[in-house]
Design a protein around this ligand. Structure first.
Ligand code: FUL
Length: 605
């Protein structure tokens, strides 16, 4: 470089640094579409799983349910909507068709629908009734259409794809605006299939021609977000427990991920180097199962558990999709609605008074007065504090002016310009010394919203030091709160697995026999999957035999542990009470073909 040129570039640097930068920082891709930003702002919404499974005590219907069983006595979609509304949920996503192929609307293309049930003598349309109720209560409507259909004889052929698109078109055109369309990742396997009763495998990546489905949704419902494991609107968070990792990028590497993608831990945190904006949606049921089972009335998640999930979903840059299993009456059970409303009251109370409103907020590296620190406390999503071009760090200093108790913090990035922050630290003033606030999770990404919980501190000032980002910082909201009596973190209780003592009497790859030591009266068998096993060693279909001698065993129960890979909760099998010394579990099918039974946690009562 010549001397003159060198001087010139020095002058230019000085000019940029000295000049107030009144325009916004350049966006950093990948960026959200406006509909993705609007969707993220919904934060919490309800799921409703309802169908023949509800009446047949199943999680995954085989596709052969007797439709006379589908007989809700007091079904009232307005009660669902009122419950959701009272809990601050912004919409409801309904299983219009689950894997059993049954349609909650009178689809033109199948007999396997509400039209052939006792409900309203076949004149009902539960999707339509929910659409009307949502409208009345100012809630948004979303629909779940299972690609896998265990009922249809032609599932697996090209004709099924046409059928699927025809049904999708009905749902996209008959019920007004939808905010989300849900395509489940569970695909292919055994089913009734028009009586064939066989196992059908399809290739998740090609069979449904998902790009065509996405085009159809974009055309007919341009505001709707499309859910699948890979998006494109939002992604599955990789577990059915309702939380994202603390580090959570709203990006995915679009070439790597597809529906049925099995690297679940990646979905829990996103890809820091992803090329597409696909934010995480954290789905979870308020009970262990997605469908209603009376046996789970005592297992509704506690208020503390739900509060914890809120902090680890919405507070980890995701949305919370909370399932309410509607019961056989056709209502959200009172236990569920009570817990739900108390949960909402609790989070509202914890985050009610933003102590920063009375504090003095300053910051380093501020871009210009148009992007001043005050923009972080004006409750306006669209105004934000930003730092200068060329910076990717900055300190935010919050001075309370008096000793203040604090145990919660909120941080938000202005995501229309991208997700930027990679790392930050939070400190508080202890006398004259800055000390780190001890968190129980890493302080890395922020995204749409990051909520932090910690032991109550008393301080006059807090300092948030953003130490690494993908470009200039854009922070649109911060909050500090003191939640009295709030739990720091929630610890989930281990499942109660008390049962009879036994020893293993015999074991092969797919059969284990337990010896109870002496003849006992037994009536149930519990299988507690190990969630760490990520699908390995898990039984999908079982047969349970009992007897008083090993050469004289009798089958007392057989069936399927549905959805056990994604939702590995305790599975219960009840049978007619019987006197027996030996109990044999035979895995007639494993979740992963060719796998062996292992890591067994069993209770027999
Ligand atoms: C899963 C399904 O297999 C479950 O039955 C449930 O619908 C859940 C939300 O998604 O993949």
């Amino acid at each position: 470089m010549t001397k003159n040129l060198f001087l010139l570039s020095l002058c230019m640097i000085a000019a940029t640094a000295g000049h107030a930068q009144t325009t916004a920082p350049e966006p950093i891709a990948p960026l959200p579409e406006p509909r993705q930003v609007a969707w993220q702002q919904l934060e919490t919404y309800a799921f409703v799983h309802f169908g023949p499974n509800t009446f047949n005590d199943r999680e995954w219907g085989y596709g052969d349910a007797n439709l006379n069983t589908f007989a809700p006595t007091r079904l009232d979609c307005e009660q669902w909507a009122r419950t959701a509304k009272a809990a601050g949920l912004k919409g409801i996503i309904l299983t219009a068709k689950h894997h059993d192929g049954f349609c909650l609307w009178p689809s033109k293309y199948t007999d396997y629908s509400v039209r052939n049930t006792p409900y309203k003598d076949g004149k009902g349309d539960i999707v339509g009734e929910l659409a009307t109720a949502c409208k009345k209560y100012g809630l948004k409507l979303g629909l779940y259409l299972s690609p896998w259909d265990r009922h249809q004889a032609f599932y697996g052929t090209d004709l099924y794809r046409e059928y699927f698109y025809a049904q999708l078109t009905e749902l996209l055109t008959q019920y007004g605006p939808l905010f989300e369309v849900w395509f489940d990742g569970a695909n292919g396997g055994d089913g009734w299939y028009g009586g064939a009763k066989e196992t059908r495998k399809i290739d998740n990546r090609t069979y449904y021609d998902f790009p065509q489905a996405w085009k159809l949704v974009d055309k007919l419902q341009p505001e709707a977000i499309i859910f699948s494991d890979e998006g494109p609107g939002c992604r599955w968070v990789g577990n059915e427990n309702g939380y994202a990792f603390a580090t959570n990028w709203s990006f995915l590497r679009s070439k790597d991920v597809y529906p049925g993608y099995s690297k679940h831990w990646e979905l829990q945190q996103g890809h820091a180097d992803g090329d597409k904006w696909v934010p995480a949606e954290c789905d979870v049921s308020i009970r262990p199962g997605w469908f209603y089972h009376a046996s789970e009335d005592s297992k509704v998640k506690t208020v503390d558990h739900l509060v914890d999930l809120y902090y680890r979903s919405v507070g980890h840059n995701g949305t919370l999709l909370l399932n309410l299993p509607v019961n056989r009456e056709g209502l959200v059970h009172q236990i569920d609605s009570t817990h739900l409303v108390k949960f909402y009251k609790q989070i509202t109370a914890e985050l009610k008074t933003n102590l920063i409103k009375q504090a003095k907020v300053t910051a380093t590296n501020t871009r210009s007065s148009a992007f001043a620190p005050g923009k972080m406390t004006d409750d306006d999503f669209n105004t934000y504090w930003a730092t200068k071009d060329g910076t990717s760090t900055g300190d935010i200093l919050i001075k309370f002016g008096k000793l203040q108790k604090v145990n919660r913090l909120k941080l938000q990035e202005y995501i229309p310009l991208g997700q930027r922050v990679r790392k930050f630290e939070v400190e508080y003033l202890n006398g004259k010394q800055w000390l780190p606030i001890q968190m129980n999770e890493e302080t890395t990404t922020i995204g749409y919203r990051r909520l932090l919980r910690f032991k109550t501190i008393q301080t006059k000032a807090i300092r948030i030091r953003i130490t690494d980002a993908r470009g200039p910082l854009c922070i649109n909201e911060i909050g500090a709160y003191y939640a009295p009596n709030a739990k720091e973190v929630y610890v989930e209780k281990a499942e109660d697995v008390n049962g009879l003592a036994y020893t293993e009497a015999d074991r092969t790859d797919n059969t284990v026999t337990f010896d109870l030591g002496k003849t006992q009266n037994i009536r149930s068998f519990f299988y507690i999957p190990n969630p760490e096993m990520k699908g390995l060693g898990l039984v999908s279909n079982y047969e349970i035999s009992v007897g008083n001698s090993l050469d004289n065993m009798k089958v007392v129960a057989s069936g399927e542990f549905s959805n056990i890979r994604n939702n590995p909760v305790m599975q219960s099998v009840y049978f007619t009470p019987v006197n027996a010394r030996y109990v044999m579990l035979r895995a007639t099918r494993m979740v992963t073909d060719g796998d062996k039974l292992n890591d067994l946690k069993i209770a027999i009562r």
